[in-house]
Design a protein around this ligand. Structure first.
Ligand code: MG
Length: 166
């Protein structure tokens, strides 16, 4: 096995009249994230980081936003599906670190619930996921309250290419 890392990045527009779902948790707010699924920006970034570390492409290839099956879907279910893909590729998740960038509301009170939901979907221990949140400090699309972003880095153990006979 060798260690591989993957990077995930996602953005979604903030609009009125949508629930704000981040890390599988509904956060009370006047605005929510717009997207084909529940637009869970954090969970999407984590999925892309995992797929990247496993060499399995990206979220759009596996869960296309043109597919009606994924309309308003719970992104934590997509995360579970991604974890199953990794297991099928004999990849073992070692660690995930992620940052949400959103101007408001403050996510700190919701982090424990997000963490619990995500570690359960990832099938890892509490110490193997770290969540962070920061603001846009009034600058850029985050600062103007137009949207939110998330970044994630995943570390996995994956089978050595040499062992596969490549
Ligand atoms: Mg997304």
């Amino acid at each position: 096995m060798s260690v591989a890392t993957g990077l995930g990045y996602d953005v979604h527009r903030l609009v009125e009249g949508r629930p704000l779902i981040i890390g599988g948790v509904e956060v009370p707010h006047t605005h929510g994230l717009l997207g084909h699924s529940d637009a869970d920006v954090l969970t999407h970034a984590i999925i892309d980081a995992l797929l990247g570390a496993a060499g399995l492409g990206d979220i759009g290839e596996h869960f296309p936003d043109t597919d009606e099956r994924y309309r308003d879907s719970d992104s934590v279910e997509l995360l579970r599906a991604a974890v199953t893909l990794l297991a099928g590729a004999q990849c073992v998740i070692q660690h995930v670190d992620a940052t949400v960038v959103i101007e408001r509301p403050k996510l700190l009170p919701f982090k424990p619930a997000m963490h619990q939901r995500l570690v359960e979907a990832l099938g890892v221990g509490n110490a193997q996921l770290n969540l962070k949140a920061t603001r846009g400090e009034g600058m850029g699309f985050v600062g103007r309250l137009e949207g939110a972003a998330a970044m994630a880095v995943a570390t996995v153990l994956r089978p050595d290419p040499a062992a596969e006979g490549h």
